[in-house]
Design a binder for this molecule. Structure first.
Ligand SMILES: NC(=O)c1ccc[n+]([C@@H]2O[C@H](COP(=O)([O-])OP(=O)(O)OC[C@H]3O[C@@H](n4cnc5c(N)ncnc54)[C@H](O)[C@@H]3O)[C@@H](O)[C@H]2O)c1
Ligand SMILES: [Zn+2]
Length: 353
């Protein structure tokens, strides 16, 4: 299925509109896979709908540790023993853990049945639930097993986000910043004025629309990530190295926080190698350091970070491959940076020994 051919539904009143949205599915044999956090915080917004109320439900424990083969097996068994067939519909309700896992389960059960994502975290709304990447962690490696397969529909509502802890919210917000930086100065200016202390959910819905549109544009041009979709990895090469380092040393660092920090280093490389404007670099660095908490980076750890970058799937050996920018929205892919350049970028995080 091409990424264009599925429905993205944006709504501010999910309870009211759910009947209409799910009308076409009322005769289907429906199975819900839901994360326990979403059950606690979001199910009450959905349970009034008869289609969902009558569906069979499997609750998966919240947290990244559930994105595992064990959970996949549990979900396959749940579908199999409850009479699911290849015409059944799977509905995934929860954050990115759930859409990745549930998308994979649905894509492989009986060689693939339809699925709908109802993402309930900001990160999953603007990133994980759209674009078709599904899968689970295996052998200690993130997203080691998976398939690219598009959902039938994605239903997006900012109402779910009212219960999201601020740290989770900001983690998702970092990906929105990324969308703006790779795509549009106007969108970036809009994000700069966002008030975290008094969230306007209508404005937020508009921002979610914009972010999803940016992501979709890259996915549509290159669904299998052969070239241009790599632009969406901006901030992630250094970000993933920080994430792996944090994981290794049992430090807490959310994915979006790592990406926000990663964008600082990758913008610095953009200034150095692509003449990205210095004033815009400084403005973004100030904004990111104001919103996200500090993650101490020491010079003695630079080689470890570099090794993590080299071992990233996308690199071949003679250097590390980056998406860099000439300006906001003016991206270039496949830029190889040397160890020396990367260490210089890492010096931008405060030069601690
Ligand atoms: N497929 C992709 O393209 C893609 C892109 C980005 C990230 N991801 C994946 O997404 C996952 C991260 O997603 P995430 O940040 O949503 O994390 P998550 O799914 O683990 O959710 C974070 C926490 O929020 C809770 N939660 C969910 N909805 C809530 C709500 N409305 N109110 C309060 N709490 C709520 C969950 O129970 C969980 O404890 C990772 O596994 C990552 O690899 C995938
Ligand atoms: Zn990301």
């Amino acid at each position: 299925m091409s990424p264009q051919s599925y429905d993205l539904i944006f709504t501010e009143s999910i309870e009211k509109e759910l009947g209409r949205i799910l009308d076409n599915y009322s005769q289907s044999n429906i199975f819900i896979l839901m994360d326990s956090g979403a059950e606690e915080h979001c199910w009450h917004l959905l349970s009034g709908n008869m289609v969902l109320q009558n569906a069979q439900k499997l609750i998966i424990d919240n947290g990244e540790q559930s994105k595992s083969l064990d959970s996949v097996v549990k979900a396959w068994q749940f579908l199999g023993t409850n009479g699911a067939n290849r015409h059944s519909l799977v509905i995934n309700i929860g954050g990115g853990m759930m859409s990745d896992l549930g998308g994979f389960v649905a894509s492989t059960f009986k060689r693939g049945c339809k699925f709908i994502n109802i993402p309930t975290t900001l990160l999953s709304q603007i990133d994980a639930s759209v674009g078709g990447k599904t899968g689970f962690n295996f052998n200690g490696l993130k997203n080691e097993i998976g398939v690219i397969n598009q959902p039938d529909m994605v239903i997006l509502s900012p109402e779910f986000l009212k219960t999201l802890p601020m740290k989770e919210f900001k983690s998702g917000f970092a990906e929105m910043l990324k969308h703006a930086i790779i795509y549009s100065q106007n969108y970036l200016d809009e994000l700069f004025t966002f008030n975290f202390n008094n969230i306007n959910y209508s404005k937020l819905l508009n921002m979610i629309r914009k972010s999803v549109a940016v992501k979709q544009e890259f996915v549509m041009k290159d669904p299998m990530e052969r070239d241009i979709r790599k632009v969406l990895n901006f901030g992630h090469t250094i970000g993933h190295a920080f994430e792996s380092y944090a994981h290794h040393h049992k430090l807490e660092l959310y994915h979006g926080e790592a990406v926000a920090l990663g964008m600082i280093g990758e913008l610095y490389l953009s200034v150095k190698k692509k003449a990205f404007p210095q004033d815009k670099y400084e403005e973004i660095v100030k904004y990111i350091t104001d919103i996200y908490s500090d993650f101490p980076i020491f010079a003695k750890n630079y080689p470890e970070f570099y090794q993590f970058m080299l071992h990233d799937k996308k690199n071949s050996g003679e250097g590390v491959n980056f998406t860099l920018l000439q300006d906001i929205g003016a991206y270039t892919i496949n830029n190889i940076c040397t160890e020396e350049e990367i260490f210089e970028a890492l010096n931008q995080y405060g030069k601690r020994n």
